[in-house]
Design a binder for this molecule. Structure first.
Ligand SMILES: Cc1cc2nc3c(=O)[nH]c(=O)nc-3n(C[C@H](O)[C@H](O)[C@H](O)COP(=O)(O)OP(=O)(O)OC[C@H]3O[C@@H](n4cnc5c(N)ncnc54)[C@H](O)[C@@H]3O)c2cc1C
Length: 399
């Protein structure tokens, strides 16, 4: 199960009508399309670029998967459903989409990382293991610098998800179930009319749909008025100080997926080397919403993709040097990315208030890939009027 499904493409002309149109086929839209098609819905997915492209938020080879989600206790159930659906998608397509190797959350016992993850685990009924600082250091050599008064929480359900392969697999599975896909096609406007929603395409065509799901990532506010901010967030990879560290103490099984709260409250995330990430260690700093870490608001059509190491990596390199003595704090690879931040850091999933035929899935806030097929399932359920598999009031766009 290692080869990703080929990138599906389509040059079919747009249909006049559809039950549901999905605008944007990144992680959330591709999986929404798949979950609609699995229900026998006549669905059309529209993507402005090609399937699995690298210009949005879903690109590259890895994203962290966690079930004990510190961002909100309700998200543990969402991640659990996502795990089941990622596995279904793997079975349907033969692609490897999830590699569960466990994950380590660490920091002060009452800090937002450890306490938040523990609360989410309790809400979702997950089994986690508490570790003292000494136990963490014994099991994971990269943590020699963990402060004595910090603790660890081991989440055995954590690991790595594969973003581009996931999008390709979901679109391929949706097409196999009858969904239509238009690529290289930009949606210019969405307009509720009598009897449906008109979806305007660049070039002048219009599709009349019963419902529309907008999963346009950082471009969402071009189509809907929402309090979301696309953010430029560079992603960095590192090597070990010792030549063989990446195959030893910095390999994924010895340096697993982690979220680490530092003594000053900043949060590092990342994972050790695996073959899917080119045998490098991936580490990032959590976006605090300000500009001090080198992150800034972004225009998704004109993202500054050039990396300026002093501006983009200084804060991260200093934090890596402080936290992990085995890792060389000078990054060896970097890519400028973006995600879409909601004011409270939580997704917007549901019908737009007063515009019930339009359903949105946006505001991923940098932690949305792991949940993608479950978010796709929720969007399909909202669009078709089915009860959702878990309550999602805390994700309602009107909250
Ligand atoms: C640095 C970084 C690290 C991250 N780490 C993690 C992690 O460890 N774990 C995790 O779970 N998540 C992580 N994320 C977040 C994760 O990548 C995103 O939550 C996820 O990719 C969001 O997918 P999306 O479908 O909302 O957006 P996108 O993938 O951007 O999809 C939106 C799609 O809509 C298309 N589109 C937009 N407008 C139109 C239009 N008008 N017409 C047609 N098509 C349109 C775009 O081209 C795009 O393909 C990280 C993100 C970043 C940037």
């Amino acid at each position: 199960m290692t080869s990703p499904a080929p990138a599906p493409t389509s040059n079919q002309p747009p249909p006049d009508r559809a039950d549901v149109v999905v605008v944007g086929l990144g992680a959330w839209g591709s999986t929404a399309l798949w979950r609609l098609a699995a229900r026998g819905i006549r669905a059309v997915g529209i993507e402005q670029h090609q399937i699995g492209h690298a210009l949005g938020s879903t690109h590259g080879t890895t994203r962290l998967f966690r079930e004990a989600c510190l961002e909100h206790p309700g998200l543990g159930v969402v991640a659990g459903r996502a795990r089941e659906l990622w596995r279904d998608l793997e079975s349907a397509t033969g692609a490897e989409l999830l590699r569960l190797s466990g994950g380590l959350m660490s920091g002060p016992a009452d800090g937002r990382v450890v306490a938040g993850s523990r609360a989410a685990a309790a809400e979702a009924g997950l089994v986690t293991t508490d570790l003292t600082a000494a136990e963490v250091k014994e099991r994971f050599p990269a943590y020699a610098r963990l402060p004595k008064d910090h603790v660890g929480l081991w989440d055995p359900g954590a690991g790595i998800a594969r973003p581009e392969a996931g999008v390709r697999a979901a679109v391929g599975a949706a097409q196999a179930l009858g969904a239509r896909v238009l690529t290289g096609t930009r949606v210019t406007d969405i307009d509720e009319t009598t009897g449906g929603v008109g979806v305007g395409l660049a070039g002048g065509d219009r599709i009349l749909a019963d419902r529309v799901i907008v999963t346009a990532g950082a471009w969402t506010t071009r189509l809907l008025e929402m309090p979301l901010r696309p953010r430029r967030v560079p992603m960095f990879w590192f090597r070990g100080r010792e030549p063989h560290a990446l195959a030893g103490d910095l390999a994924l099984d010895r340096f697993p997926v982690f979220i680490r709260e530092l003594p000053d409250g900043r949060v590092l995330w990342g994972h050790g080397a695996d073959e899917g990430s080119g045998f490098a260690v991936k580490i990032g700093l959590d976006d605090d919403g300000g500009d001090s870490l080198g992150f800034a608001d972004a225009d998704p059509d004109h993202l500054d993709r050039a990396i300026n190491l002093p501006r983009d990596a200084a804060a991260l390199s200093a934090a890596v040097g402080e936290a992990f003595d085995l890792v060389d704090p000078q990054p060896v690879e970097a890519v400028a990315c973006m995600y879409t931040r909601a004011p409270d850091g939580l997704f917007h999933v549901g019908a737009i208030p007063g515009r019930g035929r339009i359903v949105v899935g946006a505001g991923d806030s940098g932690h949305g890939h792991k949940h993608a097929p479950a978010i796709g399932e929720l969007l399909a359920q909202v669009a078709t009027g089915e009860p959702t598999f878990t309550p999602i009031d805390y994700l309602a766009p009107a909250r």
